[in-house]
Design a protein around this ligand. Structure first.
Ligand code: SF4
Length: 347
C-alpha cells in the first residue's frame, strides 16, 4: 500500500493575529508571511482569537499569567489583568477552548502566537501577585487546553516557523497526522482514495482491517521514522509485534502518539543517512556497478554535508521504478511531499 498525498489543503488552526487581523490587545496584529504566503499553499486556516472571542474587545487591557511560586505546575496559573488582578479570565478562556473542540476535530495542526498568556506554547512569562516576573515557564491557557483535548496534534509557534528545520519538522508532523486520519481512520477525502496499490500488488478487493491499516501505516513510515529516531522506531515495531492482546482503540492511540513523538524530534543528518542507506539496500540489486557507486557517493556527500537531501532523494526516486517490491515503493521517506511543494529547504 502507498499513502497518497491529500488533494486539498490541510485544515490547520492558527492564532488570528498571525493572519494579519488587528485583534491584539493594542489594536495591532502580528502578521506572519511564512504562514499566510508560504504555508498557506498547503494549509486551510481556521483562525481563532480567544481573547476577542470571550469578549475582551479591541483594544483591551493587557493580561498576563499569575502564579504563586516559581515551581508552580503549568496548569496552576490564572490569567489576570496586568493593571487589575481581580479581572480573572482563566475559566472563560478554558471554556472557550472546550466550546471550540467540535470545530477543531477536523484540524491537523495548530500554529500559536508566542509569548501570549492565551496562545503561547512555551516559555510564556509568569508573574507573582506583586507584579514581579518570576520565570518564563508558562503555557498560554487556551493553547494548554487545546493540547489537553488533542494530545497528539502537531503544534508550533509562529516565530519558530521562520526556522527552516523547525518548519520542515512541523510540516512533516502535520502531513503524518493528516495521513493517519485519512488512511487508518478513513476520514477526509473519501475512503479508499487515501492509498494506491504499489505497482507489484494486485488490486485489493476491500480495505484492510483497522489493525492491518495501523501496521501498514507504520510500515510506510518506517524509514522516515528511522530518520528521526532509530531506537524509538524499533521500540514501536516491537510494540506492534506484541500488541495482539491490546484493544484496538488503545493500540491506535498508542501508535499514533509514538509516531508523533518520534517525528517531533528533528531528523539528524546521521539518522537520515542511515535511512537512506536502508533505502539504497532495497535498490542495489537493480543497479549496475557504476550506478551503485554513484548513489553510494551521493549518500556519503549528503552525510558530510556537501549535498542536500533532495539530491539523494531525487536519485533514489529515479531508480525506484526498477524495484518490484511494494515495501520500498510505500516509503513516505521517498515521497514527494513536502519538499516538492517548495515549503522546505532540507538540510
Ligand atoms: S495571541 Fe492569541 S489571544 Fe493574542 S491577539 Fe493573537 S490570537 Fe488573540
Amino acid at each position: 500500500m502507498k499513502i497518497l498525498p491529500r488533494q486539498t489543503r490541510i485544515p490547520v488552526g492558527i492564532s488570528q493575529c498571525a493572519m494579519g487581523d488587528p485583534v491584539r490587545y493594542n489594536g495591532g496584529h502580528k502578521h506572519s508571511k511564512v504562514c499566510t504566503e508560504l504555508l498557506a499553499r498547503c494549509f486551510e486556516y481556521v483562525p481563532l482569537c480567544p481573547e476577542v472571542a470571550i469578549g475582551l474587545g479591541v483594544p483591551r487591557k493587557p493580561i498576563h499569567l499569575l502564579v504563586d511560586k516559581a515551581s508552580a505546575d503549568v496548569d496552576a496559573v490564572r490569567v489576570v489583568g496586568v493593571d487589575d488582578p481581580s479581572v480573572d479570565v482563566t475559566d472563560q478562556l478554558r471554556d472557550y477552548a472546550d466550546s471550540e473542540v467540535p470545530q477543531l476535530e477536523k484540524i491537523r495542526g495548530y500554529i500559536f502566537m508566542q509569548n501570549s498568556p492565551s496562545c503561547g506554547l512555551r516559555g510564556v512569562r509568569r508573574y507573582l501577585d506583586n507584579g514581579h516576573g518570576i520565570d518564563s515557564e508558562g503555557v498560554g491557557v487556551f493553547a494548554r487546553r487545546i493540547q489537553q483535548h488533542f494530545p497528539h496534534l502537531p503544534m508550533e509557534e509562529v516565530g519558530r516557523l521562520n526556522n527552516n528545520e523547525l518548519r520542515e519538522n512541523f510540516l512533516t508532523r502535520v502531513f503524518a497526522y493528516d495521513a493517519w486520519f485519512r488512511y487508518v481512520e478513513g476520514e477526509g477525502e473519501g475512503e479508499g482514495k487515501e492509498v494506491a496499490e504499489a505497482e507489484s500488488e494486485p488490486v485489493a478487493e476491500k480495505r484492510p482491517s483497522r489493525i492491518a491499516r495501523i501496521i501498514e501505516f507504520y510500515t510506510a513510515y518506517k524509514y522516515l521514522l528511522m530518520a528521526h529516531n532509530q531506537d524509538a522506531t524499533r521500540a514501536l515495531g516491537r510494540l506492534l509485534a506484541d500488541s495482539k492482546a491490546m484493544p484496538e482503540d488503545e493500540l491506535a492511540f498508542a501508535v499514533r502518539g509514538r509516531i508523533m513523538q518520534i517525528l517531533s524530534r528533528p531528523a539528524s543528518r546521521k539518522d537520515r543517512t542511515n535511512a537512506l542507506m536502508h533505502s539504497q539496500g532495497h535498490l542495489k540489486e537493480y543497479l549496475n556497478k557504476e550506478e551503485k557507486a554513484e548513489l553510494q557517493q551521493l549518500i556519503e556527500e549528503y552525510r558530510v554535508g556537501h549535498k542536500p537531501l533532495s539530491a539523494v532523494l531525487t536519485m533514489l526516486r529515479h531508480y525506484l521504478p526498477r524495484s518490484p517490491h511494494a515495501f520500498i515503493h510505500s516509503q513516505v521517506l521517498l515521497a514527494a511531499e513536502p519538499a516538492e511543494l517548495g515549503l522546505c529547504d532540507f538540510h
